[in-house]
Design a binder for this molecule. Sequence first.
Ligand code: GTP
Length: 357
Amino acid sequence: MRSPWHSLAGGPPESRLLASVAEFTHHRDIDALDHSLVLSLAELISVSSVTLCKRGESLQLPVDSIVVCSRNAAGAFVVEALDPSRDGDPIDTIVCAMETLEAISDVTEDGTCRLVIPIQRDHAAIGALMLESEDSLDGVRNMVEGYARIYGNYIALLNESERDKLTGLYNRRSFEQRLQRLLKLQRQRARAAAKGEDERRLPFEADVSQIWLAILDIDHFKRINDTYGHVYGDEVILMLAQQMRHSFRQSDVLFRFGGEEFVMLIAAQDERVAHMALDRFRHFVAEHAFPQVGHVTVSIGYARITENDYPEIVLDRADKALYFAKENGRNSVHGYEALTERGELGAAVALGSIDLF
Ligand SMILES: Nc1nc2c(ncn2[C@@H]2O[C@H](COP(=O)(O)OP(=O)(O)OP(=O)(O)O)[C@@H](O)[C@H]2O)c(=O)[nH]1
C-alpha cells in the first residue's frame, strides 16, 4: 500500500505538519481560512480532493458552503467554491457525518477511498472535511481529526470577533463580508435556477432573487435610558435582538451596528414581501411589554441591494427612509424605492444620521 503522505522534501511529517497548521491559521478572514485549510491538507496528504462543507442554519439548506481543492488537468491544485444547494452523494454522506458526529470511512462504487470527519463545536457539527483518494486514508485519520479540531476552535475565535458582545448579533465590522457572502449565495441560487435544475433540489428560498437592507432604530431610546437607566436600556436592546432572531428567517442576517441601531439583510421576492416581514416585526415590538419599561416602538427604513450597488449608498438610502419614518410619527416602516416613486424624498430630506464607512 502506498503511503498517504506526499514525499516530504522539507523534513519529517511533524515539521511539515506544523508549518501547514501555521499557514492556514494565519488567516483572519473566514473565506481565506477555508481556502487555505483545504489546500494545506491537499498538499500534505496524497489525495485526489479535499472538501470542506459548512453547516447551513436551516433544514432546507443543510450545507451553507462547499469549498473543494482538487487537481486540474495540468496536475496543479485548484480551490473552488461549489453551489451548496446540491444534494445526493457525497453531500448526503457529509450531512450524515455532521448529524451523527461520527467519522465515516468508505469506498465508493468506483473504488475511491473516502474519509469524512465532522468538525465540532460545543457538541454540534459546524461542518465536515471530506478527503478522497485512490489509496486508503486510514493512516491519516487522526491527523485530519486534529485539523478539524484546530479549525473548529479557530473558527469559534473568528466568529467571536464578528459578534456584538451584548446581543450576540453580528457586529458592524463583519457587515461587508456577510453582505458579499449573501449576495454570492443569491447569485449561485439564481444561476442554479436559470440552469433549470430540478426545483426540489433547491431550498425553499430558491425563488428569492432580491436582498433588502433594513435599518432599525428604537424610538426615543434616550428617554428610556434617562427614565429607567442604562441597565434597563441595555435590557431592551438585548430583548429586541432576541425577538429579531425569532421573527426573521435564519437565513436573514442580523447586525447590531451600535447603540440602538440594527441592520438586517433580508431575502424576499419583492418589496411587498420585504415590507410585510419588517412591518410584522415592528408590530410585534409595539405590542410587547418590556419588563419595567413597558411599550417600546421602532422605526425601520429599507432599500433594495444588488451586487452592483455600493453598500454605503444603499445604507444611506435605507437611512433616508428611516429618517422619513422618524420625521413622520415613528413606529413605522418605509422603503426608499416606494418613497422615491411617490416623490416623498425630495432634496429637502437631509442625509440621515448613520455614519457611512
Ligand atoms: N443603554 C444603552 N444606551 C445606549 C447605548 N448606545 C447608545 N445609547 C443611547 O441611545 C440614545 C440614542 O438617542 P438618540 O440618538 O438621541 O435618539 P432617540 O432618543 O432614540 O430618538 P429617536 O431616534 O429620534 O427616536 C442615547 O441616549 C445614547 O446614549 C447602549 O449600548 N446602551
